[in-house]
Write a protein that binds this ligand. Sequence first.
Ligand SMILES: *[C@@H]1O[C@H](CO)[C@@H](O)[C@H](O)[C@H]1NC(C)=O
Ligand SMILES: *[C@@H]1O[C@H](CO)[C@@H](O)[C@H](O)[C@H]1NC(C)=O
Length: 672
Amino acid sequence: MLRFFTRSVLSLIVASASTCPARSSSASRPAFIAAFALSPPSAPSTSCQATMTASVAAESTDLPRWDLSRFGFSSPFSDEIDLHLEETAKLAEAFKAKYEGKLGELSLLSAIQDYEEISKRKTLVSSYLHLSYDVSLDDDTLKKRKGALSQRQSEIYGDNLEWFSLDVAELDDAVLASQYENDPSLTKFKSFIDELRRQKPHNLSKDVERALTVRSPYVGNRPLVSFFDKELSLMRFKLDEDGKEVNMEVLLSRMQSSNDAAFRAKCLQVLNEGLAGSVSRTAALSLSSVAGGWLVENKERKYINLRSRRNLDNNCPDEVVDSLLVGVRSAGIPLCKRFYTLKKGILQKTQGLDKFRWSDRNAPIDIGGVSNEKISWEAAVAMVKKGYNQFSPKMSEMFVSMVEEKRIDVPAANGKKGGAYCAGVIPGVGPFQLLNFDGTKQDVATLAHESGHGVHDILAYEQGYLQYHPPLTLAETASIFGEMIVFRDLLAQSSSKEEELTLLMSKIDDVVNSVVRQCSFDRFEELVHTAREKGELSADELDEYWMSALREYYGKEGDAGGDSPFDSYENTSHLWSYVPHFHHVPFYVYSYAFADLVVGTLYNNFLTNKEGFEGRLLALLSAGGTKDFANALGPFGLDPTSSTFWTEALTAHLGELVNEAEKIAKELGYVE
Ligand SMILES: *[C@@H]1O[C@H](CO)[C@@H](O)[C@H](O)[C@H]1NC(C)=O
Ligand SMILES: *[C@@H]1O[C@H](CO)[C@@H](O)[C@H](O)[C@H]1NC(C)=O
């Protein structure tokens, strides 16, 4: 199965939904993680891929491309691939014939080892096709080829492999205990076994699960959601008088990077108007269907709370997630308002703003002092290498090997997927990184981020294919950590207070978008799913829920006598309709807040307790999926289950950054 850590969707979301473009500003946000641990191979691909191509094509470039020869196939069209897959199908068939109904008698260890081998063979093909396609999005023949192979993989999984997960979950406790006794090395797979058994109370009968799996590419939510994705990717907006149209990524990027408040307001208006009508009706239909499906399946599968199913996938107790959400409300919202008040003050002084509008939220702070010179690829590599070296020489070396082994596809080339991601593939073959490097500071941060995923994968491969994927709650540890170190390094090298403030403000934009913004998204989803119980949802109703979540988190408009730093929320009502996560992975968004805060806390832990930190961090990363987050954080003296964990994390992470920015802004005379 393929798991991508991708930022491409972020171009639309975290950021952008919120509003930043993939390449220029998704940098410090946690990447998107496909959270389908054991689903059929076609699921992740539809769930976490952005549909946009890179908007800026570097014409002729000699930036490095990745070398996929490690997969052992000569081309995506090669017959070797079909042969490999058919052999895999035979192995899967033989596997089922040998073990089904006999897991109690035969060696469970051998069965799991066989299952792992077969799964790796499947992933090798799907990853190869994905990666190949992501740098040739305009190749329709390849797209068709990829689709056909992915349907074949769904069949193989549904027919001969899915039963295994269900049967392991069903095994009698006593039978399992004797397996452990007879075969002590079975404990190596304990976390894999535990993960399956956690699902047991929620799994349906084999026939029902199989029917759901094989039908899913054809009917139900998936085709609707794909249709919605397509509508979204086809959207074009007219910004200039010259009538030239731009896609959403470009629109967001221009809104985000403009120093002209009137232009930003116009971008937002064009966006909101563009989404009104058919796109938001399609989005409403799709979302209504997703929420409906979630609702009935929650009942059938006996999940008690709205988020329980997602939380179980993340191996995270409901109470911890609830406590995160409560913490962000109580401690995150006030910090967020302080930040926007500061930003408003600076923009009023520097851009002559009359009203602080929603479109000004991610506006750049342009107060001079920051060089806009492009950073070369070599210089970017040197910066990341140096940054990593500060907390882990070993990780720095791994990063350098990734570059040398041609595991990174660097340039923003024509026909290539936008954004950035790191794909773990399988031990011995991965990881591979896709970038759209254009020489900005954010691009350096993105490189630091994705390389963190790569290093994490390499360290965790020792757990084997079935167990190397970290739980979602820890998946961002190395990536955000690496990015944080590189950010601090850049900050330390600032040549002026102005540059420092600029860097800080943009960093806080990212943190607020990851933490507070994502929790407001989660609140919207909560309102939507709760309302779905009473019937289908219209686009108008969704507009209302969206606005009410916005006001809960950012306050009531200042202009209307409210308590928000924002004077107006004009032209924001349809923005819910361009957030794909709501459709692809319900209740996923809190993970961004979760990861950012955990890593912020770890970073502070690093500052106060450098002795032995590298060893502790490497141990955490090497554990891959074999430790849940509470156990993994124990050695650092951190306890995310404590009720004050989140509020303390907010104060130490976001709070510290806001303090620093306020202090410098005062010194420079931007605020009182
Ligand atoms: C077991 O149930 C979960 C949902 O609770 C589902 O996601 C998973 O696919 C099921 N397992 C199998 C093997 O079908
Ligand atoms: C918002 O949109 C309306 C038209 O729908 C327009 O009259 C108004 O000026 C817009 N507001 C901003 C801030 O652009």
